[in-house]
Design a protein around this ligand. Structure first.
Ligand code: NAI
Ligand code: 15L
Length: 268
C-alpha cells in the first residue's frame, strides 16, 4: 500500500518548509523532525540526527521517510561527518530496526559536481556517470547513496536517492536555468519516489523539465514523475543580468558550479 504517514527530517529548512506546504495535498500525514524548532508547529519533534535514540523514536510507526536533514553546503569535514555521514547512518539503522520500508534521500548534484557540464550537442549526463564529488558535502551524498544501496541489498530497505539540482521558488542564476527544480515539481518527484513500486535503490536527478537541462531525467520519469515546469521563462531576465555561462571559467564549466572552485573550508 502507498505510504500515508511520512517522517520529514530537516522540516525546518528551506526545502523542508516548501515540502511541509506541498506534500499534505498528496494525502500524506507528516511527522516533522529537525534540530531546530519550527514556528507554529508545536508537534514537530526537535532532535538531532546524532542522537540515535531520538532518531529511532522519530521513525517508529511511520510508513516512509523523506530525509532532508543535514548540512546542505560545504563545511569542515568533522561537521559533515557528524551530521551527514553518521546522521544518515543513524536514520537508516532506525528504519531497519523499526521496519520502515521506504526512504527518499535528498542526495545532491554535488555528488557528481566535478563532471563537466554538457555543451552544444553533448549528451545529457546519465545517472550512472562516475561519482565526482566537488566538496566534502558532495562526498557525504555519495556515502548516503552507497548506504542506501547497502540497506536495500542487505536489509530490504528501499530508497530513491534524488540528486537535487536547485530547489528554490525561482532560479536566481544562469546555472540554475539548467538545474532548477520548482517546488511544485519537487513535491511531484517526492510523491512519485514515495509511491512507485519496486524501486530497490534507484538514483534519479531532481529538476524540472528545463529547456537547458544538463542531466537525464529518464530514471525519474520511470517512477511516474512528470515535471510540469521549465526555468526558461526566467532565462531572458537572468541572462540579461548575468550573461551566458563561460565554459572557460572553471567555476562555470561543471555541474557543481562554484562548489568546484570554492576554496576549502578549514580545518579539514
Ligand atoms: P537547509 O540547510 O535549509 O535545511 C536543512 C535542515 O536540516 C535544517 O533545518 C537543519 O536544522 C537540519 N539539520 C541539520 N543538521 C541536523 C542534525 N544533525 N539533526 C537534525 N536536523 C539537522 O537545506 P535545504 O536547502 O532545505 O536542503 C534540504 C536537503 O536537501 C539537504 O540534505 C540538502 O543537502 C539537500 N539538497 C538541497 C538542495 C536545494 O536546492 N535546496 C539541492 C541539493 C540537495
Ligand atoms: C545543494 O546541494 C545545496 O544544498 C543547495 O543549497 C544549492 O546550493 C544546490 O545544491 C545547487 O547546486 O544549486
Amino acid at each position: 500500500p502507498a505510504p500515508r504517514t511520512v517522517l520529514l527530517t530537516g522540516a525546518a529548512g528551506g526545502l523542508g518548509t516548501l515540502m511541509r506546504e506541498l506534500l499534505p495535498s498528496y494525502g500524506y500525514e507528516l511527522r516533522l523532525f529537525d534540530m531546530r524548532p519550527i514556528d507554529g508547529e508545536p508537534d514537530a519533534v526537535v532532535g538531532d540526527l546524532s542522537d540515535q535514540d531520538a532518531v529511532r523514536e522519530a521513525v517508529r510507526g511511520v510508513d516512509a521517510v523523506v530525509h532532508l536533514a543535514g548540512i546542505s553546503l560545504e563545511a569542515p569535514f568533522d561537521k559533515i561527518l557528524k551530521a551527514n555521514i553518521e546522521g544518515t547512518y543513524h536514520l537508516y539503522e532506525a528504519a531497519r530496526e523499526e521496519g520502515v520500508r521506504r526512504i527518499v534521500f535528498a542526495s545532491s548534484n554535488h555528488a557528481v559536481g566535478c563532471t563537466p557540464r554538457p555543451q552544444g550537442d553533448d549528451p545529457l549526463i546519465p545517472v550512472d556517470t562516475p561519482r565526482r564529488p566537488d566538496t566534502f558535502y558532495g562526498l557525504s551524498k555519495c556515502f548516503g547513496e552507497d548506504l542506501a544501496q547497502l540497506y536495500w541489498d542487505k536489509h530490504g530497505v528501499e530508497t530513491v536517492s534524488v540528486r537535487i539540482g536547485s530547489c528554490f521558488p525561482e532560479p536566481t542564476s544562469v546555472r540554475m536555468l539548467s538545474v532548477w527544480m520548482s517546488p511544485a515539481d519537487g513535491a511531484r518527484l517526492f510523491h512519485a519516489a514515495l509511491t512507485a513500486e519496486g524501486v530497490g535503490h534507484t538514483v534519479v536527478y531532481g529538476s524540472s523539465a528545463n529547456t537547458r537541462l544538463w542531466w537525464d531525467l529518464t530514471s525519474a520519469r520511470a517512477l511516474g514523475y512528470e515535471p510540469q515546469d521549465d526555468s526558461e521563462v526566467f532565462a531572458e531576465k537572468l541572462i540579461a543580468e548575468q550573461g551566458e555561462l563561460d565554459p572557460a571559467d572553471p567555476a562555470q564549466a561543471c555541474l557543481g558550479g562554484h562548489f568546484v572552485t570554492d576554496p576549502p573550508i578549514w580545518p579539514y
